[in-house]
Design a protein. Structure first.
Length: 358
């Protein structure tokens, strides 16, 4: 995400919401009432549209006290996609290619690109007036999208839903979920995932009630059934401390994995990509070790599985500067567990050195 500003309603909206995160945290449930969220959208510092998301009433879903252990992983060499944009969302298609959605100044809306696994992409369409599109394949085989759009009745950025066409370039009837920004700047960038029981869960970013820089929280809501059209807000926070751009990569019983970005703060604290694990998708444990270097800011991660513990990750990259920034898209392979081995080797070397000194 990038920080939200402005509120003029252009043709479409793009969401910026990452800031520097603190160390990862596990948060227990807390009851919250319904929330309205409104979201202005800028791309490379320019206002490109607006989006609205409607928060859902909180429910006290039970979840275990202990989350999965710290996830570990590493990103391989990056491949530039030749695309300018941010807030990408990736879908793995049956033929092995990837469909990539991202707000684009070139198309004047959310661009739709077809990409090979080696990173060759071609824009094949565009969807007007929306930003931060995410989608899931429901149990009946249909593909349902969730996205941010300006609600004309409230003039707030709100999360809407609609069925997505088979070719991925057209939306059906759009319906508001009642999750809105309420005028908040650090808000939005929804992510959708199918639960093991077939229901849908949405995650999005909200400002912390305590306020302050780099204090955003990630919240969620779960659909009442497998249609994914009506949601109830889950109790508590999924993460705290300025973590944004939350994306679930794996949602298996007792084995969840997510990737996210830190909040944009200042040039000395570039946005980084982090991993988190969970038993149930509600209580998360974040590994504060960055997957990315400090030479640039990395944000808005999304990904598709390529193997048992490997994922192709797509993300936006930008210079560590204040004000307008040029966002470009890249891809890199995430290998989960890779850091465990390297860390073990480092520890063994340190032990050997200590023994030699003795």
């Amino acid at each position: 995400m990038r920080r939200q500003e402005g509120c003029d309603p252009p043709a479409f909206a793009v969401v910026n919401v990452p800031r520097e995160p603190k160390s990862g945290m596990r948060i227990g449930p807390r009851t919250n009432g319904p929330i309205a969220i409104v979201l202005p959208v800028r791309f490379s510092g320019r206002l490109v549209g607006t989006m609205v998301v409607t928060a859902l009433a909180a429910t006290g879903l039970a979840h275990p006290v202990h989350a999965a252990p710290d996830p570990a992983g590493s990103l391989g060499a990056a491949t530039a996609l030749g695309l300018d944009g941010a807030s990408p969302h990736a879908d793995l298609l049956a033929d092995g290619s990837v469909r990539l959605y991202f707000p684009s100044m070139q198309t004047g809306g959310t661009a739709v690109a077809q990409c090979t696994m080696v990173g060759t992409c071609q824009v094949v369409g565009s969807i007007d007036r929306i930003a931060d599109l995410t989608d899931v394949v429901l149990q009946d085989g249909s593909r349902r999208a969730y996205f941010v759009e300006l609600d004309p009745s409230t003039q707030q950025k709100t999360i809407f839903t609609a069925l997505l066409s088979a070719d991925g370039v057209a939306l059906g009837d759009r319906n508001s979920l009642g999750i809105s920004s309420g005028g908040a700047m650090a808000w939005g960038v929804p992510d959708s995932v199918i639960l093991p029981d077939g229901r849908v869960r949405l995650y999005w970013v909200e400002p912390s009630p305590q306020g302050g820089m780099a204090t955003e929280v990630v919240v969620s809501a779960t659909s009442t059934d497998a249609s994914g059209t009506a949601f109830v807000r889950d109790a508590g926070y999924r993460t705290t401390g300025g973590l944004v751009d939350f994306e679930v990569l794996r949602a298996e019983p007792g084995n969840w994995l997510a990737i996210m970005s830190t909040s944009p703060e200042d040039p000395k604290n570039p946005q980084r990509l982090l991993l988190a694990s969970s038993d149930d998708g509600l209580t998360w444990k974040v590994n504060s070790k960055s997957l990315t270097p400090r030479s640039m800011s990395y944000l808005d991660p999304t990904g598709v599985p390529t193997g048992k513990d490997t994922f192709m990750i797509y993300y936006a990259k930008a210079p560590n500067v204040l004000g307008d920034r040029q966002y470009t898209l890249e891809q890199a392979t995430l290998t989960v567990g890779a850091q465990d081995k390297s860390d073990t080797k480092k520890k063994k070397k340190k032990k050997k050195k200590k023994k030699k000194k003795r």
